[in-house]
Design a protein around this ligand. Structure first.
Ligand SMILES: Nc1ncnc2c1ncn2[C@@H]1O[C@H](COP(=O)(O)OP(=O)(O)OP(=O)(O)O)[C@@H](O)[C@H]1O
Ligand SMILES: [Mg+2]
Length: 374
């Protein structure tokens, strides 16, 4: 079990800053997911933790020991790579058991661990096969098993489920969460898949262009995204993000955008540009005569258990998601409303979340808006 601390960790490749001054404290036993789009620096950061890539700047501590210059083999970490290689001439059982044989553990011990891990990854029936007799997804699970068979201070995993089909991905996800609970070992897990992040992580670290946008529990990053980037990256379909202005009208704050006039609560604010964020599942239908948003239905998509309606509100495109059937037909007009608690506001220039006092009572409202801390 290990605590991993990063202080200003940076990686420069010529002109490219792949990882840019990351500060992160990964606590012992945590399942931390590094989440972000392709090229944002996830693998580079993980490889620096593993010791496979040397940081250009910054320090790395494992259990309070500075390991920045310690070789990979002496960091007590097990890593699963984005692309993996198995020993082609060895059976599945011997591939999985390989790290234990290298450490000269007893045969009985090896057999027991291999059986345990193979069971958890649903590989029990395949132990005698050679890698070439396996599907891509099965091979990937063998690679995962080879890491999990050890008992390291922490597991580092780089998109270990990327080759699995949807169904296997779901079951392997559950197996990994379960293993994490049972082992209590620190996991650092890289993915660009938000569902993997939200379902498995104890905390999610969202990366964008080598920088940390937000670190928090899954519910926190989803419910209170710290920036426009995080708001747009998590959620499917993506959060509706609309350029808007906020102003005071008759002692009440009002958000305005084409097709939208959304009153908030009593108070005063200097007029300012914002980005208004509303999740597709937060939009509800309302009486067109009084609703703050009026829109025309353009397209309705059937997602199986739900429908997604794409609407046009005076030139602003909005998505609404809800249980099927929504009873919206293309061409129809409808009123839309949104609960105040589901309104997200971001600074138009910095993209950071705007926070306001939690009690929207007149006496408590002065200059409500302040930029939320990163
Ligand atoms: N060895 C290298 N030399 C030069 N540039 C590199 C090298 N490795 C990575 N980069 C660059 O650093 C940036 C981050 O790469 P990295 O592989 O860490 O991204 P990633 O988040 O893991 O992406 P993906 O999701 O596609 O795997 C990219 O712009 C990449 O092109
Ligand atoms: Mg990568």
């Amino acid at each position: 079990m290990s605590r991993i601390q990063l202080h200003g960790v940076t990686k420069q490749y010529g002109d490219v800053t792949a990882v840019d001054g990351i500060d992160l404290d990964i606590t012992d036993g945590e399942f931390l997911v590094l989440l972000g789009p392709s090229g944002c620096g996830k693998s580079t950061l993980l490889r620096m933790i593993a010791g496979l890539v040397e940081p250009s700047a910054g320090r790395l501590l494992i259990d309070d020991r500075d390991v920045t210059d310690v070789p990979p083999g002496e960091r007590d970490l097990a890593m699963v790579f984005q692309s993996y290689a198995l020993y082609p001439h060895l059976s599945v059982a011997r591939n999985i058991g390989f790290p234990l044989r290298a450490r000269r553990r007893s045969r009985a011990d090896i057999r027991q661990r291999v059986t345990e891990v193979a069971g958890a990854l649903d590989l029990g029936q395949l132990l005698d096969r050679k890698p070439r007799e396996l599907s891509g997804g099965q091979r990937q699970r063998v690679a995962l098993g080879r890491a999990l068979v050890r008992d390291p201070g922490a597991f580092l995993m780089d998109e270990p489920l990327s080759n699995l089909d949807a169904q296997l991905r779901t079951s392997t996800r559950a197996n990994l969460s379960d293993l994490h609970r049972r082992l209590g070992t620190t996991f650092v897990y890289v993915t660009h898949d938000q569902i993997e992040a939200l379902t498995m992580a104890t905390r999610v670290a969202v990366l964008n262009r080598g920088r940390l946008e937000q670190v928090g529990a899954p519910a926190e990053v989803y419910d209170r995204p710290a920036s426009v980037f995080v708001a747009g990256f998590l959620g499917s379909p993506a959060m509706n993000l609309v350029d808007a202005t906020i102003e005071t009208v008759d002692g009440r704050l009002l958000v305005r955008a084409p097709g939208i006039e959304l009153p908030l609560w009593p108070g005063e604010t200097p007029a300012r540009e914002v980005v208004l964020g509303i999740r597709p599942e937060s939009l509800v239908r309302a009486d067109a005569a009084t609703a703050p948003i009026r829109a025309t239905v353009e397209l309705v998509e059937n997602m199986g258990h739900e429908e997604v309606a794409h609407l046009d509100a005076g030139g602003t495109r909005l998505a609404l998601r809800g249980p099927r059937p929504l009873n919206l037909t293309p061409g129809a007009s409808t009123g839309l409303a949104v609960p105040l608690a589901a309104v997200h506001l971001f600074d138009a220039t910095t993209g950071r979340r705007l926070a306001w006092r939690d009690t929207p009572q007149p006496a408590a409202v002065e200059s409500e808006f302040e930029t939320a801390p990163a």
